[in-house]
Design a binder for this molecule. Sequence first.
Ligand SMILES: [Zn+2]
Length: 147
Amino acid sequence: MMGNGGNRCCICGKPLTKIASIERGMGDVCAARYALFNPKPKNKNEGFAPQSDYVYYIIEIKGEKVGVVIDKDISGFMSVTNNIDNVCSEIGVKSVIYRDSEGVWDFWSEQMGFKSLALHGTPTTNLDTAIEVAKARYFSEVGGLFS
Ligand SMILES: [Zn+2]
């Protein structure tokens, strides 16, 4: 389904070994977390605005709503990267942490544009790390990895 980059979990990026996990594209722990994700909302401009297909949920960082978005990478749909402002308006946020088609978590905000969540030059494939890097780097919220 959302398999990408070999047999790796599409949320945390860890290698998958169990057949059921490989088929699902994510490990058991992340599968439970995946229940937090919502399907893309119906677009009021259906047929007008470019369409992306993704799942998402909303977190709050320093009182601001931030979308956590996984691009489903379905052919015929526009990538979340290339449609980022529509995606943000669909889910009602001004910044997102999103997983691109390479399996890498990136950041975008209306104010700052596209920003990296790489850590010491290594692309971030783990969602928890991505959230911590975004908090520290773009919201000046120190904690976890950075405290
Ligand atoms: Zn995982």
